[in-house]
Design a protein around this ligand. Structure first.
Ligand SMILES: Cc1cc2nc3c(=O)[nH]c(=O)nc-3n(C[C@H](O)[C@H](O)[C@H](O)COP(=O)(O)OP(=O)(O)OC[C@H]3O[C@@H](n4cnc5c(N)ncnc54)[C@H](O)[C@@H]3O)c2cc1C
Length: 294
């Protein structure tokens, strides 16, 4: 099974996509339609997030296994330390290995119910993603990724300390990092410069979400933790009551961001798809990231 890093070190820049686990069988059909529509475009890897508990975690494990066994795609499973003892984490990692998953995104996760609430580690569990990276490494020949935050993680006092922790987890054995959403290419490039200044050259992938609706814009504000900058507001605000106009302006804007980031030498673009494929397919086609035959 190919690793994410092997795909990133291929012939040119690539794109990858992220999905969340379906909640029920109707959601599952929507997700699988998106997976099948993206498959001929040869994304470098397909990642499935890890839910806050119970059935959504089973769906992550099941969906990642299906991607490994029933598609030509390279799967990456997310894993969090939330509410898991180390023994349980070992079990999940073992399960991933058993279904042929070689790539794991090791993230700490947030307190269930209230992402901003106090983080309490499981009594027999882990506190930071750095420890989860080490655990994955100990348990097998995994390619491990971590999360990065262009504006700093919301729990961090300042971006420099946050960058030091990012570099610590990269040095703990991570092969690459994927960035949280941001609004302007410069915001990601500044993070890359900070990591570089600490002597770390591990691959960083920018995360992008096609801004097709005001809802995707609201999601970007929520996840990035940053307000909409005036340069973006000027492009999108005129279309709040015009769905077609908004979609066009949003897709143009994200395509321009991708173009600039590729010109700055990023190894790939990671798309948060919300389990749909159309807008991502449009953006990657415009950026020339799809095989000629597709
Ligand atoms: C690409 C991506 C994918 C994600 N996927 C998921 C998912 O599938 N499921 C999910 O629930 N969540 C997911 N998240 C969200 C993530 O779990 C949360 O943002 C979480 O709050 C932080 O996770 P982390 O791995 O960055 O934590 P950590 O790296 O452990 O950092 C958490 C906080 O502690 C600080 N810190 C780190 N190391 C140390 C240390 N050694 N000492 C002191 N402080 C330290 C950091 O600066 C930060 O403030 C994802 C985020 C991104 C960007």
């Amino acid at each position: 099974m190919t690793t994410v890093v092997e795909r990133l070190h291929g012939r040119g820049p690539v794109f990858s996509v992220e999905f969340f686990p379906p909640r029920d069988s109707a959601d599952e059909l929507v997700l699988w339609r998106a997976i099948r529509e993206l498959e001929p475009l040869d994304p470098a890897f397909v990642s499935i997030t890890y839910g806050a508990g119970g059935s959504s975690r089973d769906f992550t494990i099941r969906t990642t296994g299906r991607v490994a066994q029933e598609t030509t795609l390279v799967p990456m499973a997310h894993l969090t330390a939330v509410d898991h003892s180390v023994a349980e984490l070992r079990n999940v990692i073992g399960w991933y290995a058993a279904v042929g998953v070689r790539n794991i995104l090791a993230v700490r996760g947030d307190p269930p119910g209230d992402p901003n609430g106090e983080w309490v580690a499981h009594p027999d569990g882990l506190t930071y993603a750095e420890e989860l990276v080490r655990l994955c490494r100990e348990l097998g020949d995994f390619c491990v990724g971590v999360a990065a935050f262009p504006y700093g993680h919301p729990r961090s006092g300042d971006v420099d300390t946050d960058t030091e922790y990012l570099v610590r987890k990269l040095r703990a054995g991570a092969d690459f990092a994927i960035a949280q959403l941001f609004f302007q290419p410069e915001d990601f490039l500044r993070l890359r410069d900070r990591v570089d200044a600490l002597g770390c050259d591990t691959a960083l992938l920018p995360g992008l979400m096609p801004l097709t609706t005001p809802r995707t814009l609201a999601k970007t504000i929520e996840l990035s933790g940053a307000p909409v900058p005036p340069s973006v507001a000027r492009r999108l605000d005129p279309f709040v009551d015009d769905p077609k106009g908004f979609r066009k302006a949003g897709v143009d804007l994200v395509t321009e961001m991708g173009d600039r980031l590729l010109a700055e030498g990023v190894p790939g673009l990671h798309f948060y798809t919300l389990n749909r494929s159309k807008a991502t397919r449009e953006v990657v086609a415009r950026l020339g990231l799809v095989p000629a035959r597709a």
